[in-house]
Design a protein around this ligand. Structure first.
Ligand code: CA
Ligand code: CA
Length: 144
């Protein structure tokens, strides 16, 4: 059920994303009432989870096609991600769980296939008030 809802939301977001005024509505300062979650219409699924140093896909980036138990060791990306895009191929194991600590430990949060989180300051680890921002240290592909 949750997947269905998310998919519908993503489709709506894609439709809205075509409007230039909305593309800049989220300035990253919390002015938007709802966090922007949209499938990225500019990129077809390519099998990778992308992490970016800054919000809105800014700064340095890293990507993974498989699991990573330690973002620091394999991409020098420990506690750096400020935006995130699950651009994995739809199908089995196309969702991602990100973890606060290395070795798939600590607080976590699921990111469904196709979802782009433009500003990780607006998204918390499940069951916490702790933003994902600059805290993700590992991830694995799962079915959510
Ligand atoms: Ca960052
Ligand atoms: Ca961390």
């Amino acid at each position: 059920m949750s997947r269905t809802i998310l998919t519908v939301a993503a489709v709506a977001a894609v439709a809205l994303a075509g409007m230039p005024s909305l593309a800049v509505a989220d300035d990253g300062r919390g002015s938007a009432k709802e966090p922007v979650v949209a499938a990225d219409v500019s990129a077809k699924a390519d099998g990778y989870l992308y992490a970016f140093e800054h919000i809105n896909k800014g700064g340095k980036s890293a990507r993974w096609a498989s699991n990573s138990w330690n973002w620091g060791l394999d991409r020098d990306f420990n506690d750096k991600a400020s935006s995130l895009h699950n651009n994995g191929f739809p199908g089995s194991l196309d969702d991602v769980i990100v973890y606060r600590d290395a070795d798939f430990k600590g607080n976590s949060r699921g990111v469904h296939n196709g979802v782009y989180l433009a500003d990780l300051r607006k998204w918390n680890f499940d069951g916490t008030n702790v933003p994902l921002q600059d805290r993700i240290s590992s991830h694995r592909w799962v079915n959510l």
